[in-house]
Ligand binder design. Structure first.
Ligand SMILES: [Zn+2]
Length: 238
C-alpha cells in the first residue's frame, strides 16, 4: 500500500532539532516526514514546492562520461550547496537524486556507506570566452568516487590523487598515459580560465525559484572559493 507522507524539508544542520520535535525519517525516500497530517510542532519545516525535474535551460546531455572538470579559481561558486539556502539545497538534492534513480550518472554506482561512497551533486558549466560569461547548464548526480576525479585539484590537496587517477582509468578505459595527458590538459585549461573574472549566469537556479546568495566582490572570489573548498570540499558536498 502506498504511504502518503506529510513531507518535511529539514536542513542537515537542523535534523536533531526536527527529530526532537517529532520528525521521522523515511530511509527509502531519504526524507523527513511528519507523523501527523497537521504537522503539529513541525510547521517551520513544511515541504516547499518540488523543483521541476528539468531545470529551465538545463542541458542534461552536456558533459557525459567521466572527466576532470575544474572550476576556475576566479569563480566564487564552488558548489550549489554552499551558494543556496539549506532548504533550497534539500529540494534540489532530492530532485537530482530521484531523476538519476539514486545512481551515479557516470558510473552507475549507488550509495554505499560501507565503502564510504555517497551521492553528490556536481555542476556543469559552459564558458563563453568572448562575453566572459560562465553559465550553469546542468546539475548531475555523481558518486563521491567520480566527484573526486572531477575535482582533481582538490583530490591532490586531500592526498587522494592516486585513487582518483585509478578510478578515472577504470571508468573510462584510458591508458595511464592517456589519463595523465587528460589531467594535464584539464589543469592547463583551469589556469587559463582562472585568469578571467567571470560573470555568472545562474538562470538555471533562479528560473526554478531558487535564489543563490549574492556573489562576493570579484576581488574576494578566489579566497571565498578556496575557503569554501577547504571547509566543505566536494567530498562532503552533501
Ligand atoms: Zn560514479
Amino acid at each position: 500500500m502506498a504511504v502518503r507522507r506529510s513531507w518535511l524539508d529539514v536542513p542537515f544542520a537542523e535534523k536533531d532539532e526536527a527529530k526532537a520535535a517529532g520528525a521521522r525519517w523515511d530511509a527509502s525516500a531519504r526524507r523527513w516526514y511528519a507523523p501527523r497530517p497537521d504537522l503539529a510542532g513541525l510547521e517551520r519545516w513544511a515541504a516547499g514546492p518540488d523543483v521541476p525535474e528539468l531545470l529551465p535551460g538545463e542541458d542534461r546531455s552536456l558533459g557525459s562520461g567521466l572527466f576532470v572538470d575544474l572550476v576556475p579559481s576566479s569563480c566564487w561558486f564552488t558548489n550549489v550547496r554552499s551558494c543556496v539556502a539549506p532548504r533550497d539545497w534539500d529540494r534540489l538534492r532530492r530532485m537530482i537524486d530521484a531523476r538519476a534513480g539514486n545512481r551515479c550518472e557516470v558510473c552507475g554506482a549507488g550509495q554505499d556507506r560501507s565503502a564510504d561512497r555517497r551521492l553528490e551533486a556536481h555542476e556543469r558549466w559552459t564558458y563563453d570566452e568572448a562575453r566572459r560569461v560562465q553559465t550553469l547548464k546542468r546539475l548531475i548526480c555523481l558518486c563521491s568516487d567520480c566527484h573526486t576525479v572531477t575535482h582533481f585539484g582538490f583530490a591532490r590537496v586531500r592526498g587522494l590523487a592516486p585513487q582518483a587517477r585509478a578510478h578515472l582509468i577504470e571508468v573510462t578505459g584510458m591508458t595511464p598515459a592517456e589519463a595523465d595527458r587528460h589531467i594535464a590538459r584539464a589543469f592547463d585549461l583551469w589556469e587559463a580560465r582562472s585568469r578571467v573574472d567571470w560573470t555568472l549566469d545562474l538562470g538555471l537556479l533562479t528560473g526554478a525559484g531558487i535564489t543563490p546568495v549574492p556573489p562576493p566582490d570579484p576581488a574576494a572570489r578566489a579566497g571565498v572559493a578556496r575557503d569554501t573548498l577547504r571547509a566543505q570540499g566536494p567530498g562532503t558536498a552533501r
